[in-house]
Write a protein that binds this ligand. Structure first.
Ligand SMILES: Cc1ncc(COP(=O)(O)O)c(C=O)c1O
Length: 400
């Protein structure tokens, strides 16, 4: 049989013809080369995974639960544990409002399936987690950017003006804490105003809290928008960054009417594939190990963040600015006028074997350029390697 000679001939849906490898897939290949210093991906520190606790949890599940490897209905006690976790984030909810997912990514995917219709608009911060733009790819929706600036935060005046002018988005996607890629968190007043706008304009908000439990300031983090508005805010959580991403266990907190709809859509996608890891997570939580593990992660990531920030002070060219994250795993750098982070990345890899993610990977299609921005991760490298990585990065950026 003759192979298709052009993309237009590929026997796939038209939206899929233009698909290429994502910035993350592309980067994974580049950084697995030996000797590369990577500040590129949002990986948790592998050496901090609670392997012993997880091994005990897995052994206990296999020894004690006859149905551990069987298809199964939702794991009620894990939903109860999630309710207790949410209370620590300042969110009150019931187990009936918790839906367990195969990671946060699936949570967002299922919510999008329920909320989106052709022709509708979607509000997106103009620097946005690339994985959410991937979720949107199959849908014929209009992406409307709302400015989220590293310094001034979320442009709620702009959002209100859009809504007041009649824009009725199918959803707004946001991250209140440890924003990916900006590393910033929303101020309390911004959360209150956003909750008010969601209520007033009946605007569904997907609040992605993948990094919300990783906060580094005394006194903890501010409660998410979900704590202020429970009907219109759909909260997405994950064990990926606080336990291990390979477990693929996450959750959403939504109004009860949405839960069985999510279950039906999930069944069409992957039945209930992660029930064994879910049981492991449950056993780990029941053994009371999470609090201590979170304390370790916060202490170690705070040290890595501080190491990165200190190195940036001495290595970056004059005119560069960057964010100081209070949560999460990322620092966003803005380069002086005229420097393009996508162009500089190949030079960084070739001459200094150092990697980062260029800002353009997070720009909204059709929105303002992010080519002078770049995202640096501080969770995955030991402090000495961070210092060396930034020394190498500085050499590339100063040479421009
Ligand atoms: C902002 C954000 N949301 C969601 C995810 C996906 O999380 P999960 O592993 O739980 O699917 C990631 C992963 O890096 C992320 O950065």
């Amino acid at each position: 049989m003759k192979a298709p000679s052009s993309v237009a001939e590929l026997p796939v849906a038209s939206w899929a013809r233009g698909l290429g490898p994502s910035a993350i897939q592309d980067m994974l290949q580049k950084i697995t080369r030996p000797g590369v210093y990577s500040l590129a991906l949002g990986l948790p520190a592998a050496e901090l995974f609670p392997k012993e606790g997880m091994a005990e949890a897995a052994a206990r599940v296999l020894a004690e639960e006859g149905q551990a490897l069987q298809y199964s209905a939702t794991l009620e006690p894990l939903r109860e544990q999630v309710v207790a976790l949410m209370a620590k984030r300042g969110v009150r909810c019931s187990p009936e409002q918790v839906f367990l997912t195969t990671g946060a990514q699936q949570g967002m995917n299922l919510l999008a399936r329920l909320l989106l219709e052709p022709g509708r608009s979607v509000l997106l911060e103009d620097r946005v987690y690339s994985g959410f733009q991937q979720v949107l790819a199959p849908y014929d929706v209009r992406r409307v950017p709302v400015r989220r600036d590293a310094r001034t935060g979320l442009d709620l005046d702009g959002m209100e003006a859009l809504l007041a002018a009649g824009e009725r988005p199918a959803l707004f996607y946001t991250m209140s804490d440890g924003h990916n890629p900006l590393g910033t968190s929303l101020a309390r007043e911004a959360r209150e105003r956003l909750a008010g706008l969601a209520r007033e304009y009946r605007m569904p908000v997907i609040e992605d809290d993948a990094y919300g439990f990783l906060h580094y300031e005394e006194g903890g983090a501010i409660a998410p928008v979900k704590a202020l508005e429970s009907e219109w805010v759909f909260y997405v959580g994950s064990f990926s960054k606080i336990l291990a991403p390979a477990l693929r266990v996450g959750w959403v907190v939504v109004p009860e009417w949405m839960v069985f709809r999510l279950a039906t859509v999930k069944e069409a996608s992957d039945i209930d594939t992660t029930t064994f890891p879910q049981r492991m997570v449950l056993a780990f939580l029941q053994s009371g190990l999470l609090e201590g593990h979170l304390a370790t992660l916060r202490r170690e990531y705070r040290l890595r963040r501080d190491t990165l920030l200190k190195a940036l002070e001495t290595q970056l060219p004059a005119g560069a600015t960057w964010t100081t994250p209070t949560s999460g795993m990322f620092v966003w750098v803005e380069l002086p006028e005229g420097l393009d982070s996508t162009v500089l990345l190949s030079r960084a890899l070739e001459t200094q074997q150092v990697a980062y993610l260029p800002g353009q990977a997070f720009a909204v299609k059709g929105g303002r350029s992010a080519s002078h921005g770049l995202r640096l991760n501080f969770s995955a490298c030991a402090p000495e390697r961070i210092t060396e990585a930034v020394r190498r990065l500085g050499a590339v950026l100063r040479a421009g």
